[in-house]
Design a protein around this ligand. Sequence first.
Ligand code: GRG
Length: 307
Amino acid sequence: MKMVNWMNFDNVWNEKVKETEEILGAFLPAEEGWAKTVMQAMNYSVNAGGKRLRPMLMAETYRLFGGTGKVIEPFMAAIEMIHTYSLVHDDLPAMDNDEYRRGRKTTWVVYGDAMAVLAGDGLLNLAFETALKSFEISESDIKRNARALAILANKAGIYGMIGGQTADIEAENLGSKVTEEHLLYIHEHKTAALIQAAMMIGAVLAGADAQQTALVERAAYEIGVAFQIQDDILDVTSTLETLGKPVGSDEKNNKTTYVTLKGIEEASREQREMSNHAIEQLESLEEKGFRNEFLMELIRSLITRIK
Ligand code: GRG
């Protein structure tokens, strides 16, 4: 595996976060009219910051396969809206009951439960309205846009993220009866599914074929599960100040995690192994001339991320 010395990785990352936020901002609602409060709550949630990892993975996978156009932009905004809605709902008293997220008070604390439910619903709906705008940007065969939409709907829904969240909530009552297989189902669906959607949509919109898209789906599975394992690790090793959200949340909610199942050292070893394997799979595309060094470094940086 090649190691690239990205001395200015953080600068490039920050620049890309800025670009992503400009794209996202263009699709957010104006706060006006009788429904103004829900729009304020939606914008509050999205503008709270965050790493913008999913739109960035999407854009970089698009570039990996040679994409250069603007058709990716509505999808970048859409995936961040879906991710943000999932956080808004996950923080509700009926779910994790968390008061801090992205270094700010959570949406339900500021706007109340009802408005937080609506803001989440509003973001999910707006995500699809936004992704549909990609059809107005016809740079290629619009079958690609349709395929990308199908991926987004599938990976965010009951066969993806919502399915994972369902299993996660029910597992809270099972305590130590949660097996590794069960936990992997939860991690794959709750977390990896959106990361798979991000990268697969980037690939499909740039014209990747079915085999290449399947390779991306497998690599993104490992990136997503590794990302969740690191999340589990940070929940016991980090602080509220660094993470911008409470630590010890898993213990509070009686959650079995990779850390409770295997200990920090083994969990950490497995997350490194998965990430490195995902990078190797993606690097195998170089044979066909597909190469994006920033994407590889981005995935590598997730292994040691601290927030
Ligand atoms: C479908 C109602 C409903 C809820 C969705 C996926 C989910 C359930 C809730 C999100 C909570 C959670 C811990 C998800 C796992 C994925 C994860 C680690 C999210 C945090 O993602 P980051 O670190 O967040 O990319 P930022 O704030 O940086 O965008």
